[in-house]
Design a protein around this ligand. Structure first.
Ligand code: BGC
Length: 305
């Protein structure tokens, strides 16, 4: 495990002074990036060629590898958040910021190669950018009187799983701004202006602290392809008890639901798919930082790197 500073996309500086874990993503795990080879996301049904575990690394020669080319039509029509169709025409593509691979490794056709290996799909799937697509994830925690921590979680519309209320970093946006914006959009979409004002001042205090940086790097996300993948910067924020009472929650348009999710034995010791993508692993790292890691079960150990 290596330590790194999370850097912002536009300035390349470290906004928060704490070191964050730049974990090896799925690289060291027994089965490498399993979600990136899955069809859990409905749009990827029949869009992946099977890739056995041992053939995931690019270093393993596999001349017969026949991935399926898939770029979703919503991406191919090139909305503002998406790259041009032809990766080889993008100036400076190799030098795009990546927490994992800098410079990016390009295939002979000019497309970046997923640093964690084959996924069974080429193209960009549902992702807009060739190479790394950057997200930011705020883990907002509070401690219950019985010592169990709870986290603000949203229910995602794409897979129906509970998740951290994070989202994509907009072009030119710094991670600290994305963390607050996404949290507000996904979990704090309040109609009542008085509630909105109360939330806004609670968030000033919470996000003003910068939180603590717990992870930056690759995410084993079901939307990943051989040429486009998710990376994220995860920050943890611990709510003082008085503030948590002032934090009304209401899901926004991207989320089907929002709640305080108890990080109890059942969740932490259970199946990693209880939360979206690598989010259970990020939550374990966050709890370790705030001293709230009370559950030590064999499967929770597996969720760590
Ligand atoms: C989500 C983040 C997540 C990232 C990578 C984004 O769509 O909003 O919460 O970490 O994808 O999976």
């Amino acid at each position: 495990m290596r330590l790194c500073m999370c850097i912002t996309r536009d300035t390349g500086t470290a906004p928060h002074a704490q070191p964050s874990v730049r974990s090896s993503g799925s690289r060291g795990a027994k089965a490498p990036h399993v979600r990136s080879r899955s069809e859990i996301n409905g749009a990827y049904q029949k869009q992946r060629a099977p890739v056995p575990d041992e053939r995931v690394p690019w270093s393993v020669a596999w001349p017969a590898y026949a991935p399926i080319e898939f770029t979703h039509e919503s991406v191919a029509k090139q909305p503002v958040w998406a790259d041009p169709v032809d990766a080889s025409r993008i100036a400076g593509l190799r030098d795009r910021l990546s927490y994992e691979s800098s410079p990016l490794t390009l295939a002979p056709n000019g497309r970046p190669l997923n640093p964690f290996g084959r996924t069974g799909t080429t193209g960009r799937g549902l992702l807009g950018k060739w190479g790394p697509n950057h997200a930011a994830d705020p883990i907002v925690l509070r401690a219950r009187p019985d010592g169990v921590f709870e986290m603000v979680a949203i229910k995602r519309r794409d897979t129906g799983q509970w998740a951290i209320p994070g989202g994509m970093v907009d072009a030119g946006e710094v991670v600290s701004v994305t963390l607050r914006r996404e949290f507000t959009e996904e979990a704090g979409a309040l109609d009542d202006p008085r509630e909105q004002a109360a939330l806004s001042s609670a968030l000033d205090v919470l996000f003003g602290s910068g939180g603590s940086s717990v992870y930056c790097g690759y995410v084993d996300d079901p939307r990943n392809t051989d040429n486009a993948w998710m990376e994220t910067a995860v920050h943890a924020f611990l709510l003082p008890a008085d503030l948590s009472a002032k934090l009304p929650l209401q899901s926004g348009s991207d989320a089907a639901d929002v709640r305080w999710l108890p990080l109890d034995e059942q969740l932490l010791g259970g199946d990693a798919s209880a939360l979206y993508a690598d989010h259970l692993r990020f939550v374990m790292l966050a709890l370790r930082q705030v001293g709230g890691e009370r559950v030590r079960s064999p499967s929770a150990e597996n969720a760590r790197t």
